[in-house]
Design a protein around this ligand. Structure first.
Ligand code: PLP
Length: 424
């Protein structure tokens, strides 16, 4: 690989390993990743936080290295529950009572009274018969889709669905096809092509890279017309959307038309884990055949106890949700006034799309961190190469002052260099 070609490559180019030895990465990978320019871009990954994932925290790594205070716009702690005093106290009490790990898979010794209660509470919250817990959201989609689908079936997914959905399809042996993002006509055409097959449609509540929401009423009309069930991944919409926080299904008043309700405990819940809610019979079946449920250690009981408290705090009233949405409106209005490209986002996930230059994205990210703003760059292949971006995760914990200070920095280090608002 010639030095002048380094920046023509991306992580998408090394998926296939052409080396003879399994334990050697592809021939050019080391040359590429050890180049200082690539190293700079990679330095934005795995930057250690030194305090809780609040809006005001401390970060090290990146091109600046040393530990420093930052305004954090990257954590998924949408409602601030990760650090909510009641949630932390529930975790601490349970930690002293149960110890650290579950020490077993859920089917064997890993189910504690806390797991049983959280499953019941989540099922009741979602208005479903039953619920099962997974140790992560990724493992939840992986296991549920692998358990539901089999060779000969067709999984029909939105083209922007999360990797965990794609990997679940691969594991199941089912054929996977995608329809154009959020496009009911494309879904209709795709389902028609596979008439006669066992089919399942998967969409997300809030799309994690774009912050737009599924057009559930239109998509469900198509599913109903084909008599195909819908699996809804509410990873980013649980506790955020709907009057009671039940998600986008509640927001649109279509919950009873959804076949499988999926959620994660790692975003607004402030913890870790995944859950699947649905009819008793299918949850009973999945518990026996979802491999990531059967063959992985259950969630730590202290986390489960904390998640029960998160659910209680987030649903006893609307205070946190209202604060989050007020913050979303405030931030969106500041960013909109700068003329930034926020894509199709309507949610608490707000991309700032900067375009096709990876180098420019990294320069802007460096400038943001130099000004004390932790705003992660999202590069190709995580998003399409013409729409490299930053992604803001708005939190209810942000104060109006935090939002204005962060907005001022964004104006100086992103909007102005992009030639927007009063560029010098
Ligand atoms: C839509 C979606 N589904 C599933 C997951 C996986 O969840 P977790 O991070 O809890 O494993 C994510 C994670 O970002 C996601 O965005």
């Amino acid at each position: 690989m010639k030095p002048e070609d380094i920046l023509k490559f991306s992580l998408a180019d090394f998926t296939y390993n052409d080396s003879e030895a399994v334990l050697s990465p592809p021939g050019d990978f080391d040359t590429w990743i050890q180049d200082p320019r690539v190293g700079l871009a990679m330095s934005f990954f795995e930057q250690p936080l030194h305090k809780s994932p609040r809006p005001r925290t401390e970060l090290s790594g990146g091109h600046l290295g040393e530990r420093r205070p930052v305004i954090n716009l990257t954590s998924y702690n949408y409602l601030g529950l990760s650090t909510h005093p009641e949630v932390v106290q529930a975790a601490a009490q349970a930690l002293m009572h149960y110890g650290v790990g579950a020490s077993g898979a859920a089917m064997l010794s890993g189910t504690f009274d806390q797991h049983v209660k959280l499953s019941e509470e989540l099922a009741a919250f979602k208005g479903q018969d039953a619920c099962m817990l997974f140790s992560s959201g990724y493992g939840g989609n992986l296991g549920a889709i692998q358990g539901l689908m089999q060779k000969g079936d067709v999984l029909v997914i939105d083209s922007k669905c999360h990797r965990s959905v794609v990997d679940g399809a691969t594991l199941s042996g089912a054929k996977m096809v995608s329809f154009a993002h959020n496009d009911a006509a494309s879904l209709d055409e795709t389902l028609s092509r596979y008439q006669g097959k066992r089919r399942l449609v998967v969409v997300e509540g809030v799309y994690s890279m774009d912050g737009d929401t599924a057009d559930l009423p239109a998509l469900l009309d198509v599913c109903d017309a084909h008599d195909v069930p819908l699996y809804l991944d509410e990873a980013h919409s649980s506790l955020v959307y709907g009057e009671s926080g039940r998600g986008l299904g509640e927001h649109f008043g279509v919950e009873d038309r959804i076949g499988v309700h999926f959620g994660t405990l790692s975003k607004a819940f402030g913890g870790v884990g995944g859950f699947v809610c649905g009819e008793e019979s299918i949850i009973r079946y999945l518990k026996c055949y979802a491999a990531s449920f059967q063959f992985s250690c259950a969630l730590p009981p202290a986390i489960v106890a904390a998640m029960r408290k998160s659910l209680e705090v987030a649903t006893r009233d609307n205070t946190l949700r209202e604060k989050l949405w007020a913050n979303v409106r405030h931030f969106r209005s500041n960013l909109g006034a700068m003329g930034l490209d926020l894509g199709e986002s309507t949610s608490q996930v707000i991309p700032i799309i900067v375009g096709s230059s990876g180098q420019q994205l990294i320069e802007l990210a460096m400038a943001a961190q130099e000004r004390g703003l932790y705003l992660q760059p999202i590069d190709f292949p995580a998003v399409e190469s013409h729409s490299r971006r930053f992604r803001i995760s708005v939190s209810a914990q942000l104060t109006a002052e935090d939002i204005d200070e962060a907005s001022n920095i964004i104006e100086d280090v992103i909007a102005k260099p992009l030639g927007l608002v009063g560029a010098a």
